[in-house]
Design a protein around this ligand. Structure first.
Ligand SMILES: *[C@@H]1O[C@H](CO)[C@@H](O)[C@H](O)[C@H]1NC(C)=O
Ligand SMILES: *[C@@H]1O[C@H](CO)[C@@H](O)[C@H](O)[C@H]1NC(C)=O
Length: 339
């Protein structure tokens, strides 16, 4: 991982001095120290003090070029009455302290509602950090999301209602599947038209307890898999799906959306000039075909360490309206009977 990390660092920071902060053995020790403290039972809030009527939004940020978009997404979530607070987890250790303090200020004044928006700089770029069970999370539910997807608030509220009815499940909007390649005898990462087993962190709602299970539970096998996530700089979302499926023996739940704008999807056409391409291509996971292969490799590795395949398929999606679907003749047309 060393070589890859240094390449990223040079690319983003242009400063060799800042590269000393790139993860290596000593920062592994730093990560273990953070875990020891976060995972200490005394540092976990008493479950009875956690709010159930609201959730905490955790947005991952990394690319400085995406800051304006990140800020507008954070502001949008802050306007929802079901959002208690928005934490922007900044995972780029080479961002300058000046930019960080400006960003922290800009975010703090950009809330549109009662939910405060705060910046939480991460000591490393570890993707595992997005799942730390931070003491600042004072709600039973969390919404983990990316800095390039904006979901309308009606959908957020609908997803939260669905979570309340199914608090042990992972709830999402963007889904994928695992499958097996019989000829090569390995797992692949794919999309099925009618079923799914993986929810992406573009929008992932779940109970706070799963953050603890992911970060603090599972003994040395989980330690090994969190380390793989660090080495591959990818697949933390897949690992969370494994953790939850292992616990519940069921698949995730997909909710239908009113409107979800995805700036990170490679199928975006670059009609706005270079700005869009910049947003799309700076994502750490946007290397297309290679990306899908690496995700398949993660599934294969996690399966090996778990010793079984916990992922389960789910079918169908939850919809927020159950209007009459029958057709009636009105005038000379067949229209929905409700019309
Ligand atoms: C990791 O970084 C520390 C300084 O931060 C350095 O002393 C050490 O040699 C580095 N280890 C590796 C394996 O690069
Ligand atoms: C913060 O906001 C100011 C004023 O709108 C802007 O000039 C600056 O670029 C912003 N900085 C960051 C890091 O968001």
């Amino acid at each position: 991982m060393g070589v890859y990390a240094v390449a990223i660092c040079l690319f983003f920071s242009l400063s060799v001095v800042l590269c000393l902060r790139i993860p290596n053995l000593s920062s592994d020790i730093e990560k273990d120290t953070i875990l020891l403290s976060v995972c200490h039972p005394g540092n976990q809030p008493n479950p009875s003090t956690l709010r159930s009527d609201q959730l905490t939004v955790l947005i991952n940020g990394y690319s400085e070029s995406r800051i304006p978009l990140l800020q507008s997404i954070a502001a949008s979530y802050s306007a929802s009455p079901v959002v208690s607070s928005v934490l922007v987890l900044w995972g780029n250790p080479s961002t300058s302290p000046l930019t960080l303090s400006q960003l922290a200020y800009n975010l703090s004044v950009s809330s549109w509602g009662n939910a405060a928006i705060s910046l939480v700089p991460q000591p490393s770029s570890s993707l595992n950090a997005r799942f730390l069970p931070r003491s600042s999370i004072g709600t039973r539910a969390v919404l983990v999301c990316d800095d390039d997807v904006e979901v309308d608030l009606k959908t957020v509220e609908f997803a939260f209602r669905m979570w309340k009815g199914n608090p042990d499940r992972l709830i999402g909007i963007f889904v994928r599947s695992h499958d097996i390649d019989m000829t090569r005898k390995e797992w692949i990462y794919t999309v099925h038209p009618n079923k799914y087993s993986i929810v992406l962190t573009k929008f992932m709602m779940m109970k706070r307890e799963y953050l603890f299970k992911y970060s603090c539970g599972g003994g040395s096998p989980m330690h090994e898999m969190r380390k793989m996530v660090d080495e591959m700089r990818n697949c933390e979302d897949i690992l969370m799906n494994f953790v939850v499926a292992e616990e519940t023996n069921t698949g995730p739940l997909m909710v239908g959306v009113e409107r979800a704008r995805d700036w990170g999807d490679p199928r975006n056409e670059d009609s706005d000039g270079d700005g869009l391409r910049l947003v799309r291509d700076v994502g750490l996971s946007s290397r297309k075909a290679e990306h899908w292969k690496r995700r398949g490799k993660c599934i294969t590795e996690f399966h090996r360490v778990f010793g079984r395949m916990p992922l389960r398929y789910s079918y169908g999606k939850l919809v927020s309206s159950v209007g009459e679907q029958g057709l009636c003749k009105k005038g000379s047309n067949l229209v929905l009977c409700d019309h």
